[in-house]
Design a protein. Structure first.
Length: 388
């Protein structure tokens, strides 16, 4: 027996990318000196072809980032040629009636800012807001939703606590400074954007995980799980809850916490990266986010799966849990799959394959995977078919 689960009217069905991961040719960002993405997918030159594929896959929304280091390669000098490039991208989406969700900071900073201390420098709040205001004035009438910062805690942790990303620091005080500055930067940009346009929609993409105690009867495991959930999921959002028009949720992880902070997952099904696939977690995370009384967009949710064995079920099972959360009162406005195409996966390089569209890195040929057409049908029908 089959059951048709219909999503709310005007639900957004889309995919997500970020500039450094797909555009290619970025030379003035901190990452270009840390681990060069080279030509990547050449999305910079091939976006029309990629938008044709978006249209073919029945997408009505697209999330992408504007590369700060292209716009402001030298401090306070804005490159009009690059602004016009992004304007053409936005006009191309509008021509196709695809809504644009634009991210203003997706992990990369211009080299000049990195040399000034990056996000650890309190002046980063001013530098970022200056860039954002310029983009808002130039492109604001073509953008439907703004994401100020992507995954601030993941960025701060990987860059300033674990040393995996530039500037490769391992310093707790630096980590906390970066978080504090990004909180203030988001608030400032939110305020300034609303001064320019009261109707603007500004949010943040937050990576929230589902935490639960390894032993539900252990007070220590319960305390550890609660603390991990508070700091990992709610701390940042609590600080900016009055400066959010919507919440972007990036969901990838479920963690069973054993005291003090050991992860003891069952890992019954894992991705190519060894990440546990746990669709039920997104239901619990969405239920928790109800406390903020905001529209929620799933701004990222995807799986590294080069052979496209897991992706169809991954999409189906996560969308089923999202549907459950909607029925239980979560105000979910859309779903953006990560990612539209295979891309440069930061320190892991090009090996992980997250794309609905496979990229041949020798020829740059685009080839939709079978799961892409499965997702396209869901998008077209605004409905999910499940068996029961």
């Amino acid at each position: 027996m089959e059951r048709i689960l219909r999503f709310p009217q005007n639900f957004l069905w889309g995919c997500a990318t970020s500039a450094y991961q797909v555009e290619g040719g970025i030379k003035n960002a901190d990452w270009s000196k840390f681990k060069d993405a080279g030509i990547a997918c050449d999305h910079y030159h091939r976006y029309e072809q990629d938008f044709d594929l978006l249209e073919k896959l029945n997408q009505n929304a697209y999330r992408f980032s504007i590369e700060w280091s292209r716009i402001e390669a030298r401090e306070a000098e804005f490159n009009e040629k690059e602004i016009q490039h992004y304007k053409r991208m936005l006009l191309s989406l509008r021509k196709r009636q695809i809504k644009a969700m634009v991210t203003l900071h997706h992990f990369t900073v211009p080299l000049w800012m990195a040399k000034k201390g990056g996000w650890e420098n309190k002046k980063s709040i001013f530098y970022f807001s200056r860039f954002c205001k310029k983009i808002m004035y130039e492109l604001g009438d073509l953008v439907d939703f703004w994401i100020t910062i992507n995954e601030p805690l993941i960025y701060a942790k990987a860059s300033y606590l674990e040393g995996r990303w530039p500037p490769a620091k391992k310093n707790f005080l630096s980590f906390m400074k970066v978080i504090k500055n990004q909180i203030e930067a988001h608030k400032r940009v939110y305020f300034e954007f609303h001064q320019i346009n009261k109707e603007v929609k500004v949010g943040l993409a937050k990576n929230n995980s589902f935490f639960e105690p390894f032993n539900p009867k252990s007070p220590l495991d319960k305390f550890s799980s609660y603390f991990a959930s508070y700091f990992g999921n709610n701390f940042f959002l609590d600080k900016i809850r009055n400066q959010l028009d919507f919440i972007g949720l990036n969901y990838y992880f479920h963690n069973r916490i054993k005291f003090p902070f050991y992860i003891r997952n069952e890992n019954k099904i894992v991705s190519d990266l060894g990440w546990e696939i746990f669709p039920e977690g997104i239901y619990h995370v969405l239920k928790d986010l109800k406390r903020y009384k905001k529209t929620i967009f799933i701004t990222e949710n995807g799986v590294a799966d080069a052979n496209d064995i897991l992706r169809k079920d991954f999409i189906k099972q996560h969308l089923y849990q999202i549907y459950r959360a909607i029925k239980d009162g979560a105000n979910v406005g859309g779903y953006f799959h990560w990612s539209l195409m295979d891309n440069f996966e930061w320190e892991k390089g090009f090996e992980p394959r997250f794309g609905l569209i496979a990229i041949d890195y020798n020829t740059l040929e685009r080839k939709p995977r079978p799961s892409a057409f499965y997702y396209a049908n869901i998008s077209k029908e605004n409905a999910l078919i499940v068996e029961y």
